[in-house]
Design a protein around this ligand. Sequence first.
Ligand code: GTP
Ligand code: SPV
Ligand code: MN
Length: 592
Amino acid sequence: MNASPLPSSTPSSLEALNDWVAEVAALTNPDSIHWCDGSDAEFDALVAGMQADGTLLPLNQDTHPGSWLHRSDPDDVARVEHLTFVCYEKEEDAGPNNNWMAPAEAHAKIDALFDGCMRGRTMYVIPYCMGPIDSPLSRCGVEITDSPYVVANMRLMTRMGADAQARIEREGSFVRGLHSTGELDPDRRYIMHFPDELSIKSYGSGYGGNALLGKKCHALRIASHQARSEGWLAEHMLIVGIENPQGETHYIAAAFPSACGKTNLSMLIPPDAYREKGWKVWTVGDDICWMRPGEDGRLYAINPEAGYFGVAPGTSAKSNPNALASIQHDTIFTNVAVTDDNQPWWEGLDDRVPARDWQGRDYVAGGGKAAHPNSRFTVSAKQCPSYSPQAEAAQGVPISAIVFGGRRASLVPLVFEARDWTHGVLVGASMGSETTAAATGQVGVMRRDPMAMKPFCGYNFADYFGHWLSFDKPGAQLPKVFHVNWFRKGDGGDFLWPGFGDNLRVLEWMIGRVKGEAGAVDTAIGALPRPEDLNLDGVELSDEARDKLFGFDPEGWRSEFDGIGEYLAGYGERAPEALLAEHARIAKRLGG
Ligand code: GTP
Ligand code: SPV
Ligand code: MN
């Protein structure tokens, strides 16, 4: 794809960067090398090239100006956890939560795939910064890729180009990410991480989480390892600001597994009665949160990303008007369906009937989903109407509450509060959730997904739990910890809680707890609100819904705690004593 003229290459003043680029070029043999400057002209030239070769298809430019559709290879539509490896010298450092390979073996295996793989192609060098360019909490990386689709997405998702390169040259160090789409053969596909080398190698997939290396590979797997040694946290969390009618804003960070509601909660629109009173919601981040203790002992958080790679299905004017408003222009859609006038469409958007499905085939009603269940939009965060001005703040935002949650059809109530930090860490470590289409494999199977980091923690979970516990020290002003479940189902199989905008009612209760104002009852699993402790004005709940959303089932929790105990035992001697003791205390109170 050299059809369009791109600005000329500008090698770096940093020798280590030039050397690495030269080394990669010698291995991969590209026809040309392009150093990305992040300019509009560069983006336009890339898009023109991709339009010329069919990588991007123009959508209806009257209704969706500047928007494009990309159709993936049908075998390359989600993260591939079974092909994702964390490579330390010692297997125990990766832990039972990761696939492990020794670094030398991993390099040899994947370098054999990279050998000559960019012949006939352009190699792009993408300097990027995760987090505001002037923030001490931010970290930089360079991704080398042969995919212009990756370059365009990285431009929307990160601070990419000349400013990032200047910071890298000042700092002298950066995370190295090498990516090639390869042949898109699932048998020749690996996502490898080398935390001790601060490097990533990804071959054979063009899908977001496998290919946009700033996101899960850097900002979660590599960063979680860095964060452990530097005393901070890299988490799979949204960050949202809740402004009350008095004008106070509380920031909440929430960890839900992939496709379990982070984007939606981060952009929620308050119910009418709340809006009329003056409640406002501010989006800081929808997927990743880096946080560290500030001088006052509170945790301060930044969103390392600059865009959203959001789940399309289910996004509508009713469920998430802010997301829908964000994606009306200058958006890349991946694997959505289209209407007969070439507008993007997905299940749950509206009642129009699409013309073509995500693979471009004529859509037949009743013949399966039109959009892929993991179809996504990529858009700059600045296009979101609720984008918080504090999202660009170098010092980050102070976190008042941390929320864990998952998809649990049964047992788990709408919300409860952990007694203290140690209990909160146990609540996070025991999270369970039903799997979704964000990763290949079976959907709807309950699995343990501690802190929503099962696919993303770059080291042994036992050490990670210990790292979380270590934040509780003299002088710390830690957030309160909660657990939510928007996905509780009734006997009829329907969701019992309306969710979306109404989730603000639960967040209001949490803020009330933080301020010592809201009521709750103590149980073995933590403090549960009674229905009267929440503002439920205007919410219709059946008797079954009230019982299940606010009820506590000791019998069910006893067996849940048995399961949690077995899970933690899987980490052996390495599991922190304090976490096991907390589990034992609660299990005893449950009579287990
Ligand atoms: P990743 O980007 O994969 O990390 O996911 P995410 O956590 O940002 O998920 P997202 O907010 O995109 O939600 C995924 C799915 O959950 C969508 O189909 C939503 O419609 C649905 N969802 C989100 N919030 C709620 C809720 O409060 N109730 C119900 N029932 N569904 C919800
Ligand atoms: C997730 O799967 O949690 C995502 C999408 O946020 S991806 O970046 O592709 O991993
Ligand atoms: Mn995610």
